[in-house]
Design a protein around this ligand. Structure first.
Ligand code: ADP
Ligand code: MG
Ligand code: ZN
Length: 620
């Protein structure tokens, strides 16, 4: 297989520019040479004859001695009747006849023969050049512009090239062993490896080898990783391209890139084509004026045409990945195209534990690192989040000069991955106290609500947008959320605002996102999940997904009266939850103060410390 260089399309350009530049340079040099030489000749010839003032010329003409004058550009050649010659200067733009008239010779052409010399070759070239050079400069300028545009947009002029990346022998090898928590997906893809390795085994039995496999799953679940693993395990070339790379400024570019990509893959078959983010081909309407709708359609059609055009012996398999399968054009998933769909999910606790082990393989660990507990701490993390967390932990440990990564490093990094980096900005003590009451409010309400998940950390260190945070994580993954769970979550979300009101009889803007989240949950409960006194009715629902490919909540399916009933149900849920939160905190006011005291000193308290405060108080 011949590795395809990524910068290959650019080479043509360099060559073109070089040729053009050289041509230009040679032209200019020749022009100067000729101009210089001819100038030298005329200088040489004029060197023999004398120069006379115009007044002398007039005298000679009037005396009838002159046989002929030849008008050149900036001088006048005078041929006398006696055979001698002389020159007289003339302004380049001056008119010879006017010159003579002013000097008192009114009818020069009747007295002498007047001839106008054809311009010397240097003049001729000069004229051409003075016209050509600006044009040439403009051409070069435009070429340069196009080249720039080409760089930013992936080549306005390199229409046809797919600039697909090929992972050759030098890219790090990944195998199925590097991915965990995605057992079913691995199993399906192992089949694909087998198709690529020994297609005859299947053909002999008349089986149709799939042309396309669609990997569907949230960001960071290992779609790219698995596609590379397939190529690597099958030992075939891997052409990878992101869907957005097909979308260009010019209609038709995407389609010709698809053609190029498929042709290259077929030439190197057996091979694997990986199209990442296919949804950007399936749909990108209205996002960009340049990448028009027509462009997508053409690109999509080209992919379909190429896939339909695979002959049974092509042995090229296309893997496409998306995290928005709902946006995909249904034409893609028809049999004979992407006829297999492999679904990847966020890893469960067992999967997370395995992924953690994979990414801790070459990292020195302190003895306090408890992988099972880490797996519990990382609910909702994708494989990429976990990888990111452990890498951050290693950086953190290295920065503080440690030889090993300990549990604290990892749990700090987990929070960072979840909430963004710490932002230590100066908060006044009054500010800090407000934040502390708000966060302690969340934590205590969560702790006192039966069935709530345990509070993992409370902190008044600001992170990302938040001034403080309270982490509440489930002990294990839950696949069902009940109405009680949702109501509990709303109550805990309102615990922050409730504490502000109880303690300061005031409200801060810090509760904004809590209120928004509470509202979203409440609205879902009433209008989508049928969890209110309005009964098990879904008012907001996704309609006509098949027709438009656009998931739009249809809010026009119910009357104005029903809309206002829904609104009052939402308000009811939230006010009830708020009252619950306030009741808890009023009763537990002493605990609230104690947790705030601890936060003011330590800024961040972990689960064990938090539970210790609670136990001390209830034992006292
Ligand atoms: P996606 O393409 O689904 O967005 P990637 O394959 O790009 O996700 O994942 C990014 C990185 O996250 C991988 O290189 C790998 O280090 C890590 N990762 C993701 N999923 C897994 C997994 N299931 N097992 C192990 N590592 C994973
Ligand atoms: Mg990816
Ligand atoms: Zn809050």
């Amino acid at each position: 297989m011949k590795p395809k260089m990524e910068n290959q399309p650019n080479r043509g350009w360099v060559r073109l520019l070089t040729v053009f530049g050289t041509y230009l340079l040679i032209t200019v040099i020749i022009a100067f040479l000729i101009g210089g030489v001819s100038g030298g000749f005329s200088q040489f010839f004029s060197g023999n004859s004398k120069e006379i003032p115009v007044s002398q010329l007039v005298e000679d003409v009037n005396a009838g001695n002159v046989d002929k004058v030849t008008i050149e550009e900036n001088r006048i050649k005078i041929s006398y009747k006696n055979g001698s010659e002389a020159y007289s200067r003339k302004e380049i733009n001056a008119n010879f006849y006017e010159m003579m008239q002013q000097a008192g010779v009114s009818d020069i052409s009747t007295k002498v023969q007047v001839e106008v010399a054809s311009p010397p070759i240097s003049d001729f070239l000069e004229t051409i050049l003075s016209n050509l050079i600006p044009i040439a400069i403009m051409i070069v300028f435009f070429l340069f512009l196009f080249r720039l545009a080409g760089k930013s947009a992936g080549g306005v002029l390199d229409f046809g090239k797919s600039n697909a990346k090929m992972f050759g022998k030098d890219t790090p090898k990944v195998s199925f062993k590097d991915a965990a928590g995605v057992a079913e997906a691995k199993q399906e893809l192992e089949e694909v490896v087998d198709f690529l390795k020994s297609p005859d085994k299947y053909r002999r039995l008349g089986a149709r080898i799939p042309k396309g496999v669609l990997l569907v799953g949230p960001a960071g679940t290992g779609k790219t990783l698995l596609a590379r693993a397939v190529a690597n395990e099958a030992g075939v070339p891997f052409y990878s391209m992101a869907g957005s790379e097909f979308m260009e400024m010019l209609v038709g570019v995407g389609a010709s890139r698809v053609r190029d990509l498929f042709r290259t893959a077929k030439e190197n078959a057996p091979a694997l084509i990986f199209i990442d983010e296919v949804e950007s081909i399936g749909r990108q309407r209205g996002r960009s004026i340049m990448a028009s709708h027509g462009e997508q359609e053409q690109t999509l059609n080209q992919i379909l045409v190429e896939m339909d055009g695979f002959s049974p012996n092509d042995n090229v398999i296309v893997i496409a990945a998306t995290n928005r399968p709902d946006l995909l054009d249904s034409a893609l998933t028809r049999p004979g195209r992407f006829d297999r769909t492999v679904v990847l999910q966020l890893p469960d606790i067992v999967g997370r534990e395995e992924i953690i082990r994979i990414h801790l393989r070459n990292k020195p660990l302190a003895s306090d690192v408890d992988i099972t507990r880490l797996a519990r701490l990382t609910v909702g993390f994708s494989g990429a989040d976990i990888e990111n967390m452990l890498n951050e932990a290693a950086i953190l440990a290295a920065r503080t000069g440690k030889k090993e990564i300990d549990m604290r490093d990892i749990s700090n990094s987990a929070t960072k991955v979840k909430l963004g980096p710490e932002r230590r900005h100066l908060q006044s003590d009054a500010d800090k106290k407000m934040t502390a009451y708000h966060e302690a409010g969340h934590a205590i309400v969560a702790n006192r609500t039966p069935g709530m998940d345990p509070v993992q950390r409370v902190s008044i260190v600001s992170r990302g947008m938040a001034l403080g945070f309270t982490e509440i994580n489930p002990e294990q993954d839950k696949y069902h959320q009940t109405k009680t769970d949702l109501l509990n979550r709303i109550t805990a979300l309102l615990g922050g605002r409730a504490a502000e009101e109880i303690v300061f009889n005031d409200a801060t803007v810090g509760a904004k996102s809590d209120l928004e989240k509470a509202n979203i949950i409440a609205r879902k409960m009433v209008a989508e999940l049928g969890m209110s006194s309005l009964g098990p009715v879904a008012f907001d629902y996704v309609d006509s997904l098949e027709q438009t490919g656009d998931p739009i909540l249809d809010r026009s399916k119910y009357s104005e009266q029903m809309a206002s009933k829904i609104d009052s149900e939402i308000i009811q849920i939230i006010t009830d939850a708020y009252k619950r939160a306030k009741d808890i905190l009023t009763k537990d006011r002493i605990l609230l103060d104690k947790v705030v005291d601890a936060l003011m000193v330590e800024e961040t308290i972990e689960q064990d410390k938090f539970e210790q405060i609670i136990n001390e108080l209830s034992n006292a």
